[in-house]
Ligand binder design. Structure first.
Ligand code: ADP
Ligand code: MG
Length: 729
C-alpha cells in the first residue's frame, strides 16, 4: 500500500473541526485593533504632529526628523503595550510577494543598560540586505544598494509570530540611485498622477473637487485542500499546481458547488480568517463557494488602492497561516487543477472625489451625467490605446493556464459596457457636431439628459469579459489570483491619468477657440468614441467567434507571457511612463527582465518536478503493478488457464509502452532544458521554455502518467487523487 497517500487519507477522515470564538459578536469592537491607524495616532500624538502626519498622508508633504521621532516613539509605545518585541519594514519586492526583516526594539545603551528603542530614523529608512531580491540588473553596482522608506499612507500593523508580535511598517523599496525595486513605489506615483489629472477634469464640473482617490476592491479566489493530501503531492507542495492527475468523473459539471452551502470545516476557517483580518483592519465582507469543487472566494469592502493592495497582500499571508491551523493548504495558483475552473483576483476599480462622488456612478442630474460620460469614455479610450499594456500587467506563468481556458476571459483585452450604455454611447457617437443657441436646453441638445438612473441594478452581467463596467465601477477580471494588484493598478491608473491629461488639452483647445465648455467636452468625447469603439464587446468572450472578430477589429490576442511582456520595453510605452514620471526606461527594462526570469524559473521548477515525480513516483508504481500482473500471468499459466492471460499480457504491454514513453520524454525534456538553459538572451530563453519545453513536453508526459493512473491498482497509487483532494473535507 502506498503509505503516504493512505496515511494522509486516514488523517483527513479523522480531522476534527477547529472551534473559532470571535473576540466579540460585534466586529466594530475589535476592527483594526492591531493597526496603528488614524484613531491611535490621534490619541497618541500631539495635535500639530498629527496634523503634519495627516498632510504627509494626504498631500505627500515631507516628514521632518522631529515628527518622525514622535511618530516612532508613539508606534513603539503602542506596539510594546500590545506585546510586540520586534519591528520590521514590510515591503513588496519584485518577487511578487512580501518581504520582512525583523529587528528587536531592545538595545544595549553605550554603558550597557538594556532599553527599548525605536528612532524616527529607523521608522523612515532601513537598509535591508536585499542583494538577493530580483532587480533586473538595477543594483549591480555597490552604489546602487537598496533601501526601504516608510509609506505613511498605509497604516502600520502588528503580526503575531510565534509567541511575540512584530510591528510591520509598510514601506517602498528603492535603490540609492532612485529606481524602484518594488511594486509599490510606481503604484504610489500612478495614484498621485491619476489624482491630479482626474481632479483637473472634475474642476470642469465642480470647483469643490480638490482630490480624487482611486479605489480598489479585490475579490480573491482560491482552492482549499487538506494539508496532509497537499503535502503528499510534491507538485502541489513545490509549485502550487497539480502537474499530474485525472479529472474525477464528477467535477463541476453539476454546478452544485457554486454558492452552495459552505462545508463546516471551511466555514470555520473563513470565520477565523475574518477575525484575523478584522483585527488588522481588513474589511472582509463577502465569502462564498466558487464554481470548482473546493474553490472559494473572499472579498473585502473596497478601499483606497494602495491600502487595498497592501491589505490583499497581507490577507494572502494570513490566509496561509490560518489555513495551517485548520489543516488546510491554500492554493492561490491560477490553475491548480487542469480542466477545472481557475482562480482570479477581480480588481474592482473606480475614482472617488473628496466630495464623496464616484465619477463612474451615472446620475439623474444632466450635469453630473456629463462628468460620468467623460470619465467613462476616457477610460475606454485608455483601455483601447493601451490594451497591450493591460495585457502585460496580468501576464504570468500561472495566468497563462487560465486566460483563454474555457472559464476565464481570453488573452484579448476588451471592455463590456452593457446594452443601456451601449445605446447611450451610440447616440453620442452618431449625433452630428452640436451647435447651441441661446435658450436651448443644453443637455437635452447634447443628448445626455437621459441615462437611466436605475443603471446600477440593471447592468447585465457578463462574466466572460476581461474588463467589465459593472454599474458604477470597472472590474478588471483578467487579473490572476496570485497577482500583486499593484502591477495592474499601476498600469490602469497611469493610462487613465495620461488619457485625462490628453482630454484636457483637447477640450481646452476647443474652448480657446470659443467653443462652449460643454459642447467642447461632448465633441471631444464623440471623437474618442469613434476612435476607440473597437474595444467594446458585450458578447461571449469565451467563444471562438470572438477570437475571429477581435482579429478583424485589430485587437491583439497574445496568449503567452514572454510575448505579452514585449510591450513593456516598446518605444511608446517607455515614452508614456517617462512622460507620466512613473518609471524610466531603465526601470521598465529591469521589470521586463525580472518578469521574464520569473517566468523561466516557474517553468524550470515545474519541469524538474515533473521529471522527478515521473521517475521516482509514477514509473516505479507502474513497474510494481506490471510485476503484479506478471505474477498473475504466471499463476494463471501454472493452473493451466493460458487462454485467460492474453488480455493481461496486452495490459502489461500497454503499461510498458507508457513507461518507456514517460522515460524517453523525461530524458528528452531534460536534455532540451540543458540546451535552453544555456541561452543567454532572457526573452529568447523564456520563449524557448514556453514553446520547446512546456508546449512540447508537459501535456504529453502528463497524458502518459494520467493513463497509468487509470490503469494501476488504486491501492498502490502514490499520489492523492483529484477526487480525494477536491471532494473530501
Ligand atoms: P460581484 O457582484 O461582481 O461579485 P460585488 O458587488 O460584491 O461584486 O463587489 C465586488 C467588489 O467590488 C467588492 O470588493 C466591493 O467592495 C468592490 N466595489 C464596490 N464598489 C466599488 C467601487 N466604487 N470602487 C471599487 N470597488 C468597488
Ligand atoms: Mg465581481
Amino acid at each position: 500500500m502506498s503509505t503516504l497517500r493512505f496515511k494522509a487519507l486516514e488523517l483527513v477522515e479523522k480531522r476534527g473541526i477547529r472551534k473559532v470564538t470571535p473576540p466579540s459578536s460585534k466586529v466594530s469592537d475589535y476592527f483594526g485593533e492591531n493597526t496603528f491607524d488614524q484613531r491611535v495616532m490621534r490619541q497618541m500624538l500631539s495635535s500639530d504632529i498629527f496634523e503634519n502626519l495627516q498632510n504627509a498622508i494626504k498631500k505627500g508633504t515631507p516628514i521632518n526628523e522631529y515628527d518622525a521621532d514622535a511618530a516612532a516613539s508613539a508606534m513603539k509605545t503602542w506596539a510594546i503595550s500590545k506585546g510586540a518585541t520586534h519591528y520590521t519594514h514590510w515591503f513588496q519586492p519584485l518577487t511578487g510577494t512580501t518581504a520582512e526583516k525583523h529587528d528587536a526594539f531592545f538595545k544595549l545603551s553605550d554603558d550597557g543598560t538594556p532599553m527599548e528603542q525605536f528612532k524616527g530614523s529607523a521608522l523612515i529608512r532601513q537598509e535591508p540586505d536585499a542583494s538577493s531580491f530580483p532587480s533586473g540588473g538595477l543594483r549591480q553596482t555597490f552604489e546602487a544598494r537598496g533601501y526601504t522608506a516608510w509609506d505613511p499612507t498605509s497604516p502600520a500593523f502588528l503580526i503575531q509570530s510565534g509567541s511575540s508580535k512584530t510591528l510591520c511598517i509598510p514601506t517602498i523599496f528603492v535603490s540609492y540611485t532612485g529606481e524602484a525595486l518594488d511594486n509599490k513605489a510606481p503604484l504610489l506615483k500612478a495614484l498621485e498622477r491619476v489624482d491630479i489629472a482626474a481632479t483637473e477634469i472634475c474642476q470642469y464640473f465642480d470647483k469643490n473637487v480638490t482630490k480624487v482617490t482611486a479605489s480598489l476592491g479585490c475579490e480573491q479566489e482560491f482552492f482549499l485542500i487538506d494539508r496532509a493530501l497537499a503535502d503528499a503531492r510534491p507538485d502541489l507542495l513545490l509549485s502550487g499546481r497539480a502537474l499530474f492527475g485525472r479529472k474525477p468523473p464528477k467535477g463541476q459539471q453539476l454546478d452544485d458547488h457554486y454558492f452552495g452551502s459552505i462545508p463546516p470545516r471551511v466555514k470555520n476557517f473563513l470565520e477565523e480568517l475574518e477575525v484575523e483580518s478584522y483585527r488588522l483592519g481588513i474589511p472582509i465582507v463577502t465569502r462564498h463557494n466558487e464554481v470548482a469543487p473546493s474553490q472559494f472566494e473572499v472579498a473585502p469592502y473596497f478601499e483606497e488602492v494602495n491600502v487595498a493592495n497592501d491589505h490583499n497582500q497581507l490577507l494572502m499571508d494570513i490566509m496561509e497561516k490560518v489555513a495551517m491551523k485548520h489543516n488546510f493548504k491554500v492554493l492561490f495558483h491560477e490553475k491548480p487543477f487542469a480542466e477545472m475552473n481557475g482562480s482570479g483576483k477581480h480588481n474592482n476599480w473606480s475614482l472617488i472625489t473628496n466630495t464623496g462622488k464616484n465619477v463612474f456612478a451615472p446620475s439623474t442630474k444632466a450635469k453630473e451625467n456629463l462628468q460620468f460620460l467623460t470619465f467613462f469614455v476616457n477610460t475606454l479610450k485608455a483601455v483601447y490605446d493601451y490594451a497591450d499594456l493591460l495585457r502585460a500587467s496580468i501576464a504570468s506563468a500561472g495566468n497563462d493556464h487560465r486566460l483563454g481556458a474555457n472559464e476565464a476571459p481570453p488573452a484579448i483585452i476588451s471592455a463590456f459596457i452593457g446594452s443601456q450604455l451601449s445605446a447611450v454611447i451610440e447616440e453620442l457617437e452618431n449625433n452630428g457636431d452640436i451647435k447651441v443657441d441661446k435658450g436651448d436646453n443644453l443637455y437635452m441638445k447634447l443628448g445626455i439628459d437621459k441615462i437611466p438612473p436605475i443603471l446600477l441594478d440593471n447592468t447585465d452581467r457578463n462574466r466572460t469579459s476581461p474588463f467589465a463596467f459593472t454599474g458604477n465601477k470597472f472590474e478588471f477580471r483578467a487579473v490572476g489570483s496570485t497577482a500583486n494588484t499593484a502591477v495592474p493598478m499601476t498600469i490602469l491608473n497611469t493610462i487613465v491619468a495620461n488619457q485625462l491629461q490628453e482630454f484636457k488639452k483637447d477640450v481646452d483647445a476647443l474652448i480657446d477657440k470659443g467653443t462652449k465648455k460643454e459642447v467642447a467636452i461632448v465633441n471631444t468625447l464623440r471623437k474618442y468614441i469613434q476612435h476607440s469603439k473597437g474595444i467594446i464587446f458585450d458578447g461571449n468572450g469565451y467563444s471562438d467567434e470572438w477570437v475571429k472578430e477581435a482579429k478583424k477589429r485589430g485587437l491583439s490576442n497574445i496568449p503567452t507571457t514572454p510575448k505579452a511582456l514585449d510591450i513593456l520595453v516598446k518605444k511608446d510605452s517607455i515614452k508614456l511612463f517617462e512622460h507620466m514620471q512613473i518609471m524610466s526606461a531603465a526601470e521598465l527594462k529591469a521589470r521586463h527582465e525580472v518578469l521574464l526570469e520569473n517566468f523561466i524559473l516557474k517553468l524550470q521548477i515545474e519541469s524538474r518536478i515533473m521529471v522527478d515525480m515521473a521517475k521516482n513516483h509514477i514509473v516505479p508504481t507502474g513497474i510494481k503493478y506490471q510485476n503484479q500482473l506478471i505474477e498473475n500471468v504466471k499463476g494463471l499459466k501454472e493452473i493451466g488457464l493460458d487462454q485467460e492471460t492474453q488480455e493481461i499480457i496486452t495490459t502489461i504491454k500497454i503499461i510498458s509502452k507508457h513507461i518507456s514513453d514517460i522515460k524517453r520524454l523525461s530524458y528528452e525534456m531534460t536534455q532540451e532544458r540543458k540546451r535552453v538553459n544555456a541561452i543567454k538572451d532572457t526573452r529568447k530563453k523564456a520563449i524557448a521554455y514556453d514553446e520547446d519545453i512546456k508546449a512540447k513536453y508537459f501535456d504529453e508526459i502528463r497524458w502518459h502518467c494520467d493513463k497509468l493512473e487509470t490503469m494501476v491498482d488504486d491501492e498502490i497509487w502514490p499520489l492523492p487523487k483529484f477526487r480525494e483532494m477536491l471532494f473530501i473535507r
